[in-house]
Design a protein around this ligand. Structure first.
Ligand code: NAP
Length: 533
């Protein structure tokens, strides 16, 4: 019996916010599309990251789709910052409202995608033993979807329960009275720790690098604000898209250098923003991300707050970062530092007392063997490239993406990579993605890809391929902009520095409006930098 191969105009990989909106647009324009999703539900990041305390750090009225006015008018967010369950509910609502599920195949992972030169299409294989053919391959696989489990010896020896924040179970995890250890102090841990401490009998936090965290000051949604925003939602969106990170928040940034403002006024401004909560803190002055001297002022202010909140001066000291604030992703919390005043919570600085291994009963450091019922890994992700590189993607002449990106990701506009024709990445490396409101960046990419497909259809093009020179210039440009900021000064996941052996390349593009302008210029110049055949 001959194998029957399904054919599509487009295969989309991933049914998170990017994949769902991509499917919506493809259908709207009459393309035959299928979405393959490894999970058994939609939501991507918000499907997987179910750890206690998981919450968005962009305000709800901004962190939502703008493509449907009916959707944005009818949906009611209950809090200033939405928690994971509510965002997942929203993702499910979108899937139902636009009848997306009938073209999403769940519990199906794409394992390989090979470009066929002669046919100008992709041959895509899934773990369900199926091969499909599609003209376009659209990777909507997310920036933070491959979890990083550190290579600590003895993980499999531990006889208690282990969890990773990025793969938290769907059923509630009972931690009541248990002895819990958590490794890592990034955004996920900073959100989870206060919640874990509420239930655990004993909580030990293993910290390698302290992070700066600002109170989120979450609260119930303000009906007046909701009414105001819904009164002109499109205007609100357009205004937000013009902000550097496409996030406006509820307190405008101040267009003045920290160095030009007298000390008492500076402190007052920082205090006001600390009380207001959220990323508005970094908008206190216009050079906190650019000038080390200005940044030092904000960093010192946060250290001062930590010292005020945390009772034990040694613990406060251990929790105080000495690097650039905002260099690693700034964390937002609810009572993170306060949690260290609880008698059953202990902080271990693993620089002073390194973890040797996990044992049958817990975690062994140089000085102590800590016994646990549960060990939580809050150790992050192989960000931006990890998930793309786990799929066996081969472009022209069998070139693998792994080979091509051996020295770091190379893309044109963060949307395409040369010699992988008809393949698009939504929020790929080299695009603003993680430095912005992700949903705004996703919508911009999906709209750009849709317009590109329409252009190709109209001009009867079989394939679009980025030119290598355009790509080289793009990579250099992305690095040059990053080099004008303080971002490259620390070991962040933006640089791949959290994964041993990963090439050190700054991956996201800094700035949203300047990026959109470049994308529009490319289109207006008949897809400049692309070869259309
Ligand atoms: P992360 O920021 O990469 O933090 C991982 C933590 O694990 C770091 O403290 C890291 O220490 C530690 N770690 C890694 N390997 C280790 C090892 N071998 N031994 C000891 N410690 C180790 O990961 P994340 O907290 O999951 O956050 C990732 C990103 O997801 C965030 O930056 C943010 O963009 C996003 N996120 C957003 C939200 C939100 O919207 N509110 C919430 C959670 C996450 P080092 O710093 O020393 O490497």
């Amino acid at each position: 019996m001959s194998e029957s191969i399904r054919t599509f105009d487009a295969v989309v990989v991933g049914a998170g916010f990017a994949g769902m909106y991509m499917l919506y647009r493809l259908r709207e324009h009459g393309y035959r599309a299928v979405v393959f999703e490894r999970a058994d539900g939609v939501g991507g990041t918000w499907y997987w990251n179910r750890y206690p305390g998981a919450r968005c750090d962009v305000e709800s009225l901004e962190y939502s789709y703008s493509f449907s006015d009916a959707l944005q008018q009818e949906w009611e967010w209950s809090e200033r910052y939405s928690g994971q369950p509510e965002i997942l509910k929203y993702a499910n609502h979108v899937a139902d409202r636009f009848d997306l599920r009938r073209d999403i195949e769940f519990e199906t992972s794409v394992i390989s995608a090979h470009y066929q030169n002669d046919e100008a299409n992709w041959r895509i294989a899934t773990d369900r033993n199926e091969t499909v053919i599609a003209k376009y391959l659209i990777m909507a696989t997310g920036c933070l979807s491959s979890t990083n489990l550190p290579a600590i010896e003895g993980i499999s020896d531990f006889q208690g329960e282990t969890y990773h924040t990025g793969q938290w179970p769907h059923e509630p995890v009972d931690l009541h009275g248990k002895r819990v250890g958590i490794i890592g102090t990034g955004s996920s841990a900073i959100q989870a720790i206060p919640y874990l401490a509420r239930e655990a009998g004993e909580l030990v936090v293993f910290q390698r690098t302290p992070n700066f965290s600002i109170p989120a000051r979450n609260r119930e949604a303000d009906p007046d604000e909701v009414e105001r925003v819904k009164g002109d939602y499109q205007g609100f969106r357009e205004f937000n898209r013009k902000a550097p990170a496409a996030i406006r928040g509820t307190m405008p940034g101040r267009n003045e250098s920290a160095l030009d403002v007298p000390e008492d006024e500076r402190n007052e401004e920082l205090h006001k923003r600390w009380e207001h909560g959220g990323f508005a803190f970094m908008g206190a002055f216009n050079d906190l991300g650019l000038n080390k001297e200005a940044n030092d002022i904000a960093a010192a202010f946060v250290r001062e707050q930590i010292r005020e909140i945390v009772d034990d001066p040694d613990v406060a000291d251990t929790l105080s970062p000495d690097n650039v604030i905002g260099c690693k992703r700034l964390c937002l919390d609810t009572e993170y530092y306060e949690t260290y005043n609880l008698p059953h919570v202990k902080l271990v600085d693993i620089n002073k007392d390194p973890i040797q291994r996990l044992t049958k009963v817990g975690v062994k450091t140089d000085s102590t063997e800590y016994e646990f019922d549960v060990v939580v890994f809050a150790t992050g992700f192989d960000a931006m490239t990890g998930t793309l590189l786990r799929v066996d993607i081969r472009g022209k002449d069998g070139l693998t993406l792994q080979q091509k990106w051996e020295e770091g990701p190379k893309t044109y506009l963060g949307l395409t990579t040369a010699n992988f024709p008809n393949m698009f990445m939504i929020s790929g490396p080299g695009s603003p993605s993680v430095l912005t409101n992700m949903i705004v960046s996703i919508e911009q990419h999906v709209d750009w890809i849709t317009a590109c497909l329409e252009y190709m259809r109209e001009h009867e093009h079989a394939a679009i391929n980025a030119e290598s020179t355009a790509e080289e210039e793009w990579v250099a440009y992305v690095n040059a902009i990053a080099g004008m900021t303080l971002y490259p000064t620390c070991n962040s996941w933006y640089l791949g520095a959290n994964i041993p052996g990963k090439p050190r390349v700054f991956m996201p593009h800094v700035g949203f409006p300047n990026y959109v302008q470049r994308c529009e210029e490319v289109v207006n110049n008949n897809y400049q930098g692309f070869e259309l055949t």
